[in-house]
Design a protein around this ligand. Structure first.
Ligand SMILES: Nc1nc2c(ncn2[C@@H]2O[C@H](COP(=O)(O)OP(=O)(O)OP(=O)(O)O)[C@@H](O)[C@H]2O)c(=O)[nH]1
Ligand SMILES: [Mg+2]
Length: 427
């Protein structure tokens, strides 16, 4: 056992060692932090965040939009006994009770079936009453259907137009499909052709590999597509039978049906999302992009003012124009549009319209020593700002899937120009 002094000594040497370790740890962390402390990187990150739309915010808005988006709906349409309920059964697994006997109309009222379950309704299948059913006037059914469709639910929808492969008495159904297509061009339509085995040659008593490669089927399928041309976006061959019918698989073509729906639904949903974006969500998203856009516009406007302050008339015009065109290019990129300088130039002159003419006039002011340049500078800045705002409206419409509205752009430019002129006048 060492002497008390040693202990103290060892204690103090321990303290010494641990404080040394503490200091060296502190030093290492500080140096490593300092090594990591890269003010340039932070500035770069800050500037990057400043000039880019925050993904989190974007995701937040889109998530709320998605949450607001009611469940997507697939509406089954077709004549009685065409196989509508069989498709619903094939996709949702509901019992065969909903299926008819094959000769008299079965479904009496519109029924909705949630898929995969009522508590998690990712998709709603709306099974309708057969159109052209003598008992209930088709017009009444159409009115009911349109009534449902008119409900402003922002619901994404897909029509599933069901036609038996050997049914060519489909004039009234085609008229109804035309009516719906006209009224709801945004709702995609899947043409489902059913009961294939009714056209199988006698030597075939079960389903061939899918898709069937039989001329009888091809001929009829092409004729039906011809008959409904322009009224559907995709077509699929199906044969959904009951267990007791003895065909395998029972749901022949189910995968193909799912694939087509899977391709059409996002389109329907994205359209529904766009519709939703018409409302406040669209406003929020628009503002999110607009706010970031304005940071670019400010930078470009300040540069434009500096350029325009050069007291040599017309000297700066080409540079100013080039600057404004690259601003439009950068804003395009922000909104997800990759543009060549020529395209950006085209857009700049398209949305600027009359403003350019005025530019010329302003340049002449430069002749007035001292004063000219100041006016030209604030004018150039204000004009660049207005052009930027106009470009944001233009690209915002494109991003919203809408055709850019020239009046809206001009109004936005005018308003922006007036307020920017005031803002830049002080400078
Ligand atoms: N073989 C075959 N039979 C089918 C097919 N689709 C439906 N069926 C049969 O045709 C009959 C009518 O089918 P449903 O699904 O009830 O037809 P629906 O269009 O809902 O008829 P309604 O409710 O009356 O409008 C039933 O006996 C089905 O088994 C199919 O693709 N192939
Ligand atoms: Mg039915």
């Amino acid at each position: 056992m060492s002497e008390p002094r040693d202990l103290e000594q060892s204690q103090s040497s321990n303290d010494d060692r641990s404080s040394k370790r503490f200091v060296s740890d502190l030093w290492n962390t500080a140096t490593s932090r300092f090594k990591d402390f890269n003010p340039l990187a932070n500035i770069r990150q800050t500037v990057f965040n400043w000039f880019s739309v925050s993904e989190e915010r974007l995701a937040e808005i889109l998530t709320t939009v998605r949450q607001e988006l009611p469940t997507t709906e697939a509406l089954l349409l077709g004549k009685p006994q065409a196989g509508k309920s069989s498709i619903v059964r094939g996709l949702t697994g509901v019992s065969a009770e909903i299926i008819g006997q094959g000769f008299r109309p079965h479904t009496q009222n519109t029924e909705r079936y949630a898929y995969p379950s009522d508590d998690l309704p990712l998709l709603i299948f709306t099974d309708t009453v057969g159109l052209g059913d003598t008992r209930r006037a088709t017009d009444e059914l159409i009115a009911e259907l349109i009534g449902d469709l008119q409900e402003k639910t922002h619901r994404a929808r897909v029509f599933v137009l069901t036609v038996k492969i050997n049914d060519f008495a489909t004039d009234s159904l085609r008229q109804i499909a035309e009516q719906l297509r006209q009224k709801y061009p945004e709702i995609p339509c899947l043409l489902a052709v059913t009961c294939l085995h009714e056209l199988y040659p006698p030597n075939i008593d079960d389903h061939p590999e899918y898709p069937p490669n039989l001329k009888e089927i091809d001929r009829a399928f092409n004729a039906i597509q011809q008959n409904f041309s322009g009224l559907f976006d995709r077509a699929v061959l199906l044969d959904f039978t009951l267990e007791e019918d003895g065909y395998t698989p029972i749901f022949y073509g189910l995968e193909a049906l799912r694939d087509h729906l899977a391709e059409l639904l996002p389109e329907a949903e994205s359209r529904a999302i766009y519709e939703l974006l018409e409302d406040d969500a669209g406003e929020q998203l628009g503002n999110l992009y607009r706010d970031v856009g304005r940071r670019y516009i400010l930078a470009f406007s300040v540069i434009a003012a500096t350029l325009a302050a050069v007291p040599l008339p017309f000297a700066t015009m080409p540079v100013l124009t080039a600057l404004q065109v690259s601003m439009v290019g950068v804003l395009g990129q922000l909104y997800g549009q990759v543009l060549s300088p020529a395209q950006a130039g085209g857009i700049a002159s398209a949305i600027a319209g009359g403003f350019f003419a005025q530019t010329i006039g302003r340049e002449l002011i430069k002749i007035i020593p001292g004063l000219g340049s100041a006016i030209a500078a604030s004018w150039a800045a204000a004009y660049t700002w207005a052009l930027g705002e106009g470009a944001c409206v233009y690209f915002g419409d494109l991003m919203g899937g809408k055709k850019p509205n020239p009046e809206k752009i001009k109004a936005a430019m005018k308003e922006a120009f007036e307020s920017a002129k005031k803002r830049f006048k002080g400078h």
